[in-house]
Design a protein around this ligand. Sequence first.
Ligand code: HEC
Length: 153
Amino acid sequence: MRKVFLMFSLILFSRKSETTEKRSLKDYFPSASEESAPPSATASPEVAESISRGARIYNNFCATCHLGSGQGIANAFPPLNKSDWLQQRRQESIKAVKHGLKGPIEVNGQEYNSVMTDLGLTDQEVADVMNYILTAWDNNIGPAVTVEEVAEL
Ligand code: HEC
């Protein structure tokens, strides 16, 4: 009886590994996507390009304070990842990146009262870096920022 049971489970087991080995479409066509694409890929090519330029600007100009992970440094530099300020104050965020920001602000329940200097970016660079931080890490904030929008602020 035990032997039969063993045989039976062996057959079951081998069946199971057979099904897990079943190849998916992706093995043959690596570009075939079975899941939904991330937001940056579903965005228009213009926005995708803006985001990738923005990533470079971010690493050169912003990561020193807000860190590569966008988490900032407690009591010194506010976070950009999951920042309620960035989420809720689109225009003020664009203005901050364009002209700098100083004075008391509250981000995710924490007070900051410091200075971010005017970084001297062009309107295009401001739009690009905004598009990066709006979609980087856990952020998924839209719509994309345009140069025209930056120019008005
Ligand atoms: C020298 C450090 C420094 C650099 C570099 C810097 N920031 Fe900041 N940033 C700050 C500080 C400090 C504040 C908060 C200012 C205050 O207390 O009023 C801030 C605030 C912000 C805010 C609004 C608050 C929030 O967390 O949502 C945004 C958005 C922002 N920065 C984006 C950027 C971007 C984009 C860049 C690069 C183009 C950048 N910062 C570069 C120091 C910096």
